[in-house]
Design a protein around this ligand. Structure first.
Ligand code: 2AM
Ligand code: CA
Ligand code: CA
Ligand code: CA
Length: 269
């Protein structure tokens, strides 16, 4: 993909993201049919499904050779990242969408042969869009996001962290290390939308995000955006991300990354 193709694809993707978001805003108070997926707290609504269908339909019409990798199953069977792949979470933070009617996002990452080219994260109710095109910086609306600052210490850092990882019985990470991390940090936040948590690290309003069970559509856009401001993203034990399967995540300021992994992360598997 050359620069012009990348720019045109970005413009088209952004138009669709804004259009899908507007539709969600307009119907935010409509009655909802809420279904559950893997467990009683894993929610999905018709709006998650309709939004993914909207993207899949538009992409297939305009870019028939592109592939769609989406959470709700209206895309393609994706077994490799060859070619151009749209990795889509139609509503990231469905629980927030249902309970709070805010703090959820549309997340769209566009990858070519495994390389993240374009990322868009739309905070729908705030009408704030975080975007990046590889090599051209990251933006919040029309403002370019600054590179993350040179210096940062854990004792002055705020991390996004789900309290689940502090429970001894969680099967992913030793809770003792997480307790020590929480004691070391200035504070923690739990926003409930992985895409927004990535965007907030990129914006520099939080300094890291540690979590255990994300899927490619949760992180595809955020990876592109965070890389553009100099952030570091790996699995929680420092490996490269596999953009086809569930993964642990440590997304953060580059100065904090190795300390968190070396001193606080003890994975159970
Ligand atoms: P979702 O709302 O699109 O499902 C909540 O902490 C964050 O984790 C959300 O971004 C949510 O995305 C994501 N998540 C990933 N796997 C999940 C699961 N099995 N159940 C609930 N949230 C999940
Ligand atoms: Ca979901
Ligand atoms: Ca998600
Ligand atoms: Ca979702």
């Amino acid at each position: 993909m050359d620069k012009l193709q990348r720019t045109n694809l970005y413009k088209q993707a952004k138009e669709w993201v804004l259009e899908a978001g507007q539709r969600i805003r307009e119907t935010i108070d409509d009655p909802r049919t809420i279904q559950t997926k893997s467990n009683a707290n894993d929610l999905v609504t018709e709006m998650d499904q309709e939004t993914e269908q909207f993207f899949a339909g538009m992409i297939r019409k305009l870019y028939p050779d592109h592939h769609v990798f989406g959470e709700e199953g209206f895309g393609d069977e994706i077994t490799s990242l060859e070619g151009t792949v749209w990795i889509i979470d139609p509503i990231d933070g469905t629980m927030n969408f249902v309970h709070q009617k805010r703090n959820f996002a549309i997340s769209v990452g566009i990858y070519e042969d495994g390389v993240g080219e374009i990322g868009l994260i739309y905070n729908v109710m705030e009408d704030t869009i975080y975007t990046a095109v590889r090599g051209e910086g990251a933006y919040k609306n029309h403002h370019r996001l600054a590179q993350l600052p040179e210096e940062k210490q854990l004792k002055q850092a705020i991390f996004a962290l789900n309290t689940t990882w502090m429970l001894p019985e969680n099967p992913f990470i030793s809770h003792k290390g997480v307790h020590e991390l929480v004691k070391t940090l200035r504070s923690t936040r739990t926003y409930g939308s992985a895409a927004l948590e990535f965007a907030f690290v990129a914006e520099g309003i939080i300094d890291g995000y540690l979590t255990m069970t994300l899927m490619p559509w949760d992180i595809a856009a955020g990876m592109v955006i965070l890389k553009e401001v100099g952030g570091t993203v790996t699995t929680a034990d420092g490996q490269d991300i596999d953009m086809l399967h569930q993964t642990t995540i440590l997304a953060c300021h580059p100065k904090l990354h190795s300390d968190v992994i070396g001193e606080f992360v003890d994975l159970k598997q």
